[in-house]
Design a protein around this ligand. Sequence first.
Ligand code: BGC
Length: 497
Amino acid sequence: MSITANPLPPLRSFPFSRSPNGRNPRVTMVIRSTTGVSVSTALPILTKLQKDCATPLPLLRNIADAMAKDMRDGLEVDGGSDLKMILSYVDSLPIGNERGLFYALDLGGTNFRVLRTQLGGKDERVIDTEFEQVSIPQDLMSGTSEELFDFIALALAKFVKKEGGKFVLPKNRSRETGFTFSFPVKQTSIDSGILIKWTKGFAVSGTPGRDIVACLNEAMGRQGLDMRVSALVNDTVATLAGARYWDNNVMVAVILGTGTNACYVEAVDAIPKLQGHNSISGRTIVNTEWGAFSNGLPLTEYDREMDAESINPGEQLFEKTISGMYLGEIVRRVLLRMEETGSLFGNYIPERLHTPFALGTPNISSMQQDTSPDLENVGSILYESIGVDSNLDARKMVVEVCDTIAKRGGRLAGAGIVGILQKMEEDSKGIVFGKRMVVAMDGGLYEHYPQYRRYLKEAVTELLGPELSSHVVIEHSKDGSGIGAALLAATNSIYEH
Ligand code: BGC
């Protein structure tokens, strides 16, 4: 693209698709065009941003190496590195012969999902699945533990009441559920675990330090719901299980959504901190909690400011650089700076440009998909999300900023994946890269941001080279985590043992 620094013509005919508050945006635009919108003063800010966010191959290599090293250190001893390397207690993955009715609950972001599935064994596999999604009211994200879990148990109880049709619970059995809880939890067994801390903007009081399953059981008790949690899992672990049900070569799962994380299949004897744990398969799934990775990240002043103002300063730095909750916010901060120093959008700075998280990652992805000559959609999104009017040059500048942040995020995520593969390869003495290796991906960011996806894959190919990367299949496993949790409930059912 080219960004010209020429004086801009008045934007009389900019067609807004929607106008919030019934205001006629064109009127504002005409007034604003007389104030001397200047893209030239924003250019040095863009240039510096691109320099600070650059992810050349040597930097990516360092990230991959540091990720592999942090994994090892975290496996050695608890607290050995930024990566918690949490043991999942999932030693056997579903193989396809699971049968019966199983539920899954999924709490991990702004939405909460309940799901039931009827499994029919080797021949029939998944007979039917139903799910419902409820968004978590904002106030519950910072309320009390009891309020949050009551809300969950109520939604679940309502869902259970609608059970029927192909969903059949055998007589004299309690319903069983998998519970996907996508926050850092120190697992104490397959069906218990202590919340270490909240992430992704949750700040519910009374939960950290408590057993999550006990919190849920108490709330289910208050609802009079007879349901047994047979597997407590992270969303990465559920995704891996869900994807593995269909494909035996899945060894790694990565979530790129509101937050980010990765898990993988590890050999039990490669985990020094694992003492007295017997795994018949000799393998177990390790939840890396890679969102906390921090080594060698190319951070900018915008990242530092965002981190300092966050509810968890100094924590989850990888997550804050690559995941969906934060990319839009980083872009907003850059645009605010461009506006303040160079009047990118005119002299008037709307309140919303100052409002944290007013620009979401879905917004920046949509802007990058705009192929119209005058970037009409970019203009509408900017107006609706952060209240600014823009001319074509400003919109081009904005798209460049989005691309810079998405590129850094995607490439760093790719380097993280290579770090995990590298660690597995080093231990397996050459067999990992020699055969088909599937990385199951899930999460809205990965699913809905094509440029991000492309940057991620490019980084993997650059790092591994054409030959090795040809064995690595990076595959979207949509909704694998819901069904995966239900499958793990089946694998760990009390009735099977
Ligand atoms: C949590 C992880 C989770 C990831 C993706 C992170 O914030 O710490 O446990 O897997 O988000 O949902």
